[in-house]
Design a binder for this molecule. Structure first.
Ligand code: FE2
Ligand code: FE2
Length: 204
Protein backbone atom coordinates (compact mmCIF):
# COMPACT_ATOMS: atom_id res chain seq x y z
CA UNK A 1 0.00 0.00 0.00
CA UNK A 2 1.22 3.45 -0.85
CA UNK A 3 1.72 5.74 2.07
CA UNK A 4 1.72 9.45 1.75
CA UNK A 5 3.92 10.82 4.41
CA UNK A 6 2.33 13.63 6.31
CA UNK A 7 4.59 16.63 6.83
CA UNK A 8 3.07 19.02 9.32
CA UNK A 9 3.84 22.62 8.53
CA UNK A 10 6.43 23.71 11.02
CA UNK A 11 5.24 26.91 12.58
CA UNK A 12 7.55 29.02 14.66
CA UNK A 13 6.44 29.88 18.19
CA UNK A 14 4.42 33.03 18.60
CA UNK A 15 6.59 36.07 18.97
CA UNK A 16 6.21 38.00 22.18
CA UNK A 17 6.95 41.48 20.91
CA UNK A 18 3.86 43.70 20.47
CA UNK A 19 5.78 46.45 18.67
CA UNK A 20 7.12 43.99 16.10
CA UNK A 21 3.70 42.39 15.59
CA UNK A 22 2.21 45.85 15.06
CA UNK A 23 4.98 46.79 12.64
CA UNK A 24 4.42 43.64 10.57
CA UNK A 25 0.67 44.29 10.40
CA UNK A 26 1.23 47.93 9.50
CA UNK A 27 3.76 47.06 6.79
CA UNK A 28 1.47 44.38 5.35
CA UNK A 29 -1.45 46.79 5.01
CA UNK A 30 0.76 49.72 4.06
CA UNK A 31 2.16 47.83 1.09
CA UNK A 32 -1.32 47.69 -0.32
CA UNK A 33 -1.65 51.46 -0.06
CA UNK A 34 1.56 51.83 -1.95
CA UNK A 35 0.46 49.39 -4.64
CA UNK A 36 -2.97 51.01 -4.99
CA UNK A 37 -1.55 54.48 -5.01
CA UNK A 38 0.47 53.60 -8.08
CA UNK A 39 -2.55 52.48 -10.03
CA UNK A 40 -3.35 56.18 -10.28
CA UNK A 41 -0.18 57.55 -11.81
CA UNK A 42 0.40 54.49 -13.95
CA UNK A 43 -3.09 54.84 -15.38
CA UNK A 44 -2.91 58.57 -15.82
CA UNK A 45 0.41 58.71 -17.63
CA UNK A 46 -0.49 58.70 -21.25
CA UNK A 47 2.51 59.94 -23.15
CA UNK A 48 5.51 58.85 -21.11
CA UNK A 49 5.90 55.15 -21.76
CA UNK A 50 9.13 54.60 -19.83
CA UNK A 51 7.75 56.46 -16.86
CA UNK A 52 4.66 54.33 -17.00
CA UNK A 53 6.79 51.20 -17.06
CA UNK A 54 8.84 52.34 -14.08
CA UNK A 55 5.74 53.11 -12.04
CA UNK A 56 4.19 49.75 -12.95
CA UNK A 57 7.38 48.04 -11.81
CA UNK A 58 7.22 49.85 -8.47
CA UNK A 59 3.61 48.75 -8.07
CA UNK A 60 4.70 45.16 -8.74
CA UNK A 61 7.47 45.51 -6.15
CA UNK A 62 4.90 46.57 -3.55
CA UNK A 63 2.67 43.55 -4.20
CA UNK A 64 5.74 41.36 -3.86
CA UNK A 65 6.61 43.05 -0.55
CA UNK A 66 3.08 42.38 0.66
CA UNK A 67 3.50 38.70 -0.18
CA UNK A 68 6.84 38.57 1.63
CA UNK A 69 5.47 40.26 4.74
CA UNK A 70 2.50 37.86 4.70
CA UNK A 71 4.92 34.93 4.57
CA UNK A 72 6.66 36.27 7.68
CA UNK A 73 3.34 36.79 9.45
CA UNK A 74 2.12 33.29 8.57
CA UNK A 75 5.37 31.85 9.85
CA UNK A 76 4.72 33.33 13.29
CA UNK A 77 0.96 32.84 13.22
CA UNK A 78 0.22 36.57 13.06
CA UNK A 79 -3.05 37.57 11.41
CA UNK A 80 -3.51 40.82 9.48
CA UNK A 81 -5.21 43.68 11.26
CA UNK A 82 -8.71 44.33 9.89
CA UNK A 83 -8.48 47.94 10.98
CA UNK A 84 -5.19 48.57 9.15
CA UNK A 85 -6.51 46.80 6.06
CA UNK A 86 -9.56 49.07 5.87
CA UNK A 87 -7.70 52.21 6.82
CA UNK A 88 -4.83 51.75 4.36
CA UNK A 89 -7.15 50.53 1.63
CA UNK A 90 -9.09 53.80 1.81
CA UNK A 91 -5.95 55.92 1.94
CA UNK A 92 -4.56 54.09 -1.09
CA UNK A 93 -7.76 54.57 -3.07
CA UNK A 94 -7.88 58.28 -2.29
CA UNK A 95 -4.24 58.85 -3.21
CA UNK A 96 -4.67 56.71 -6.35
CA UNK A 97 -7.73 58.62 -7.52
CA UNK A 98 -6.24 62.01 -6.72
CA UNK A 99 -3.56 61.33 -9.29
CA UNK A 100 -6.12 61.77 -12.04
CA UNK A 101 -7.20 65.12 -10.71
CA UNK A 102 -4.18 67.02 -9.51
CA UNK A 103 -1.47 66.16 -11.99
CA UNK A 104 1.87 64.51 -11.52
CA UNK A 105 3.67 66.56 -8.93
CA UNK A 106 1.52 65.89 -5.89
CA UNK A 107 1.12 62.12 -6.21
CA UNK A 108 4.82 61.71 -6.94
CA UNK A 109 5.71 63.93 -4.02
CA UNK A 110 3.51 62.06 -1.55
CA UNK A 111 4.55 58.67 -2.85
CA UNK A 112 8.18 59.67 -2.49
CA UNK A 113 7.48 60.74 1.07
CA UNK A 114 5.69 57.47 1.74
CA UNK A 115 8.60 55.47 0.32
CA UNK A 116 11.00 57.45 2.46
CA UNK A 117 9.17 56.25 5.57
CA UNK A 118 8.93 52.67 4.31
CA UNK A 119 12.71 52.35 4.00
CA UNK A 120 13.21 52.33 7.74
CA UNK A 121 10.13 50.21 8.36
CA UNK A 122 12.08 47.16 7.18
CA UNK A 123 15.35 48.03 8.93
CA UNK A 124 13.50 48.74 12.18
CA UNK A 125 11.74 45.40 11.71
CA UNK A 126 15.17 43.81 11.45
CA UNK A 127 16.21 45.45 14.74
CA UNK A 128 13.06 44.19 16.42
CA UNK A 129 13.71 40.63 15.25
CA UNK A 130 17.27 40.96 16.55
CA UNK A 131 15.86 41.92 19.96
CA UNK A 132 14.34 38.43 19.96
CA UNK A 133 17.58 36.89 18.74
CA UNK A 134 16.07 36.17 15.31
CA UNK A 135 18.38 36.87 12.37
CA UNK A 136 16.77 34.52 9.82
CA UNK A 137 14.99 37.33 7.99
CA UNK A 138 17.86 39.79 7.68
CA UNK A 139 18.36 39.18 4.00
CA UNK A 140 14.77 39.71 2.88
CA UNK A 141 14.30 42.71 5.17
CA UNK A 142 17.51 44.27 3.87
CA UNK A 143 16.38 43.64 0.30
CA UNK A 144 12.97 45.21 0.88
CA UNK A 145 14.40 48.23 2.69
CA UNK A 146 16.85 48.89 -0.13
CA UNK A 147 14.08 48.48 -2.70
CA UNK A 148 12.02 51.13 -0.90
CA UNK A 149 15.05 53.40 -1.06
CA UNK A 150 15.23 52.89 -4.82
CA UNK A 151 11.55 53.83 -5.04
CA UNK A 152 12.16 56.95 -2.97
CA UNK A 153 15.09 58.01 -5.15
CA UNK A 154 13.05 57.41 -8.30
CA UNK A 155 10.19 59.66 -7.21
CA UNK A 156 12.60 62.26 -5.98
CA UNK A 157 14.36 62.33 -9.34
CA UNK A 158 11.04 62.74 -11.14
CA UNK A 159 10.08 65.90 -9.28
CA UNK A 160 13.43 67.47 -8.44
CA UNK A 161 13.03 70.34 -10.91
CA UNK A 162 9.41 71.11 -10.11
CA UNK A 163 8.87 74.66 -8.90
CA UNK A 164 6.53 73.46 -6.15
CA UNK A 165 9.15 71.26 -4.54
CA UNK A 166 10.84 73.76 -2.17
CA UNK A 167 7.48 74.82 -0.72
CA UNK A 168 6.24 71.25 -0.29
CA UNK A 169 9.53 70.25 1.22
CA UNK A 170 9.16 72.92 3.89
CA UNK A 171 5.55 72.06 4.69
CA UNK A 172 5.67 68.25 4.52
CA UNK A 173 9.27 67.67 5.64
CA UNK A 174 10.38 65.58 2.71
CA UNK A 175 12.52 66.47 -0.30
CA UNK A 176 16.13 66.60 -1.45
CA UNK A 177 17.28 68.15 1.81
CA UNK A 178 15.02 66.29 4.21
CA UNK A 179 15.26 62.55 3.79
CA UNK A 180 13.66 60.59 6.61
CA UNK A 181 16.23 57.79 6.59
CA UNK A 182 19.99 57.33 6.56
CA UNK A 183 20.21 54.80 3.72
CA UNK A 184 22.41 55.99 0.85
CA UNK A 185 22.22 54.04 -2.42
CA UNK A 186 25.53 55.51 -3.57
CA UNK A 187 27.37 53.85 -0.72
CA UNK A 188 25.14 51.01 0.32
CA UNK A 189 26.21 49.07 3.37
CA UNK A 190 26.43 45.30 2.99
CA UNK A 191 24.05 43.14 4.99
CA UNK A 192 26.10 42.72 8.20
CA UNK A 193 26.58 46.48 8.54
CA UNK A 194 23.02 47.34 7.62
CA UNK A 195 22.14 46.83 11.28
CA UNK A 196 23.25 50.39 11.83
CA UNK A 197 20.61 51.82 9.50
CA UNK A 198 17.60 53.60 10.95
CA UNK A 199 18.70 53.46 14.55
CA UNK A 200 17.16 56.86 15.16
CA UNK A 201 13.82 55.76 13.72
CA UNK A 202 12.99 53.22 16.36
CA UNK A 203 9.75 54.90 17.37
CA UNK A 204 8.66 54.61 13.73
FE1 FE2 B 1 7.12 48.19 -0.39
FE1 FE2 C 1 8.08 51.12 -2.16
Amino acid sequence: MHHTKFHPIRMAPKIDHPALVDLLRRAFSGERVAAFAYIGPAGSLRSRETERGAVRQIEEDEWEHRRQVKRLMDHYGITPSGWYEVKFHLIGKVVGLSCYVIGRFMPYFFEGKLESGNVCEYFVMMHRFHELGITDHDEILHEMGVKEKEHEVYFQSMIEDEPWLPLFERIFHWGPNRIANDVDLESLKPLPESKSYCLTNREH
